[in-house]
Design a protein around this ligand. Structure first.
Ligand code: COA
Ligand code: NAP
Length: 259
């Protein structure tokens, strides 16, 4: 991706590891100053240090996305250092497999609070700190938002809400020059998410066989999409849920003889 983010401030929530950390690195490589945020002070400082080692400017802030006042303080700190936020990625999430009958009300609420309320909080608290016009907001959602999945009632409900938060904010904040989109990754290799959901090698192969493109995606595939979505090339794109999913959304391709 050749987009130039020199001097831009990119803020990524849920970025101490995995897909979101790779997104932060992608923007840093393109010249951005990066703020990364997550709960663990040690993990987020290590993530920010890893970005600084590449020569980019970066800070790490420890904050739980369920803590609205904490987020307000985080934006004040980040914009005090790097100026208003040009690109905001909201990707903090929690998931685990559990049958509904084994899921406590608090377990369901915990995932909804991190994924859905957390995304609302990250976006809502950012408003006074965004570059207006021009800011690009991206929620990281998942196929579970539109495809019911056994043992993931909590994540399905939460991510369905994330899609609606994305579309409603696109509607409300577009007139202020703010674009709001989401990226829906498919199964992405070498991530905590697929460690929790993918299972053993046989199950992994089964998942790959169902995908039209027959393989897991990479963290870089998702980062590239985020760079494009926030670039001038996508200036007329808002309210979109962009699947970066190897065809997961179009259905089960395991019976496709050409595959
Ligand atoms: N199965 C069933 N219930 C579970 C569970 C599991 N595997 N893991 C946690 N819970 C329940 C807990 O028992 C608790 O419910 P209870 O109070 O009724 O006992 C509730 O969920 C909250 O757990 P807690 O550990 O206090 O939550 P937390 O806020 O510290 O952590 C999680 C949130 C549970 C989502 C944790 O897995 C996490 O931090 N995940 C982040 C990383 C991740 O999931 N990455 C993949 C992203 S796709
Ligand atoms: P990951 O590495 O576990 O990333 C989750 C991040 O969120 C971590 O940095 C974690 O850091 C942070 N986090 C969790 N709870 C938080 C909270 N309450 N407040 C602030 N930060 C919090 O997982 P991943 O697999 O890369 O997933 C990243 C995103 O992609 C998620 O939104 C996920 O739903 C989505 N996704 C993943 C896949 C996949 O194949 N992996 C597929 C579709 C969608 P701390 O522990 O330090 O807080």
């Amino acid at each position: 991706m050749s987009a130039d983010y020199a001097g831009k401030h990119v803020f990524v929530a849920g970025a101490s590891s995995g897909i979101n950390l790779e997104i932060a690195h992608g923007f840093a490589r393109a010249g951005a100053k990066v703020t990364v945020l997550s709960r663990s002070a040690d993990k987020i400082e290590a993530a920010a240090a890893g970005i600084r080692e590449t020569g980019a400017e970066a800070i790490g802030i420890s904050c739980d996305v369920r803590d609205y006042e904490g987020l307000e303080a985080a934006y004040a700190e980040a914009t005090g250092k790097f100026g208003s936020v040009d690109v905001l990625v909201s990707g903090a999430a929690g998931n685990f497999l559990a049958p509904a009958v084994k899921l406590s009300a608090n377990a369901f609420k915990t995932v909804v609070d991190i994924d859905l309320l957390g995304t609302f909080n990250v976006f809502r608290a950012s408003f006074d700190h965004l570059t207006k016009p021009g800011a690009s907001l991206i929620a990281i959602t998942a196929g579970q938002a539109v495809h019911p999945s056994a043992f993931q009632i909590h994540a399905c409900a939460a991510k369905a809400g994330v899609n609606m938060v994305t579309k409603c904010l696109a509607l409300e904040w577009g007139p202020a020059g703010i674009r709001v989109n989401a990226i829906s990754p498919g199964p992405i290799g070498d991530t905590e998410g697929m460690k929790r959901l993918g299972g053993d090698p046989a199950r992994e192969q089964q998942i790959k066989n169902r995908l039209a493109l027959r393989d897991y995606g990479t963290k870089a595939d998702v980062a590239e999409a985020a760079l494009w979505l926030s670039s001038p090339a996508a200036k007329y794109v808002t309210g979109t849920i962009l699947n970066v999913d190897g065809g997961n959304d179009v259905g089960d391709a395991s019976a496709n003889a050409l595959g």
